[in-house]
Design a protein. Structure first.
Length: 109
């Protein structure tokens, strides 16, 4: 059984990956770089976290992949959001916003 903090971290990584793939299909390393870039180097997703998350999202049907050629000419899996993944992204984004607003209200109290 996972701890609540692990669930939160896993859910956050899932949301970051889904948001990243909403922009365009990407290979794993590209996803990692994009998250790092968007967070201004605050978040660095290690391979040991990224690839299990990608596998988990694929098993849930939220992402799919196609083989392609990366910028450096190597064969790579390019991940993209599925229709179900787009719905899940909307749901998770709304949930995240409600949680953020709730935390903001509690902080003011």
């Amino acid at each position: 059984m996972t701890k609540p903090s692990e669930d939160l971290l896993q859910g956050t990584l899932d949301l970051l990956i889904l948001k990243t793939l909403a922009l365009e299909p990407m290979h794993g390393y590209g996803i990692s770089l994009r998250i790092q870039q968007i967070s201004q180097d605050v978040l660095r997703v290690q391979q040991g976290s990224l690839y299990p998350a990608l596998y988990r999202l694929e098993q849930k049907g939220w992402i799919a992949y196609e083989w392609g050629t990366s910028e450096n000419g190597r064969r790579a899996k390019f991940y993209r959001l599925s229709r179900e993944g787009r719905r899940q992204l909307e749901t998770q984004t709304e949930s995240w916003e409600r949680r953020r607003q709730s935390d903001s209200v509690q902080a003011k109290a």
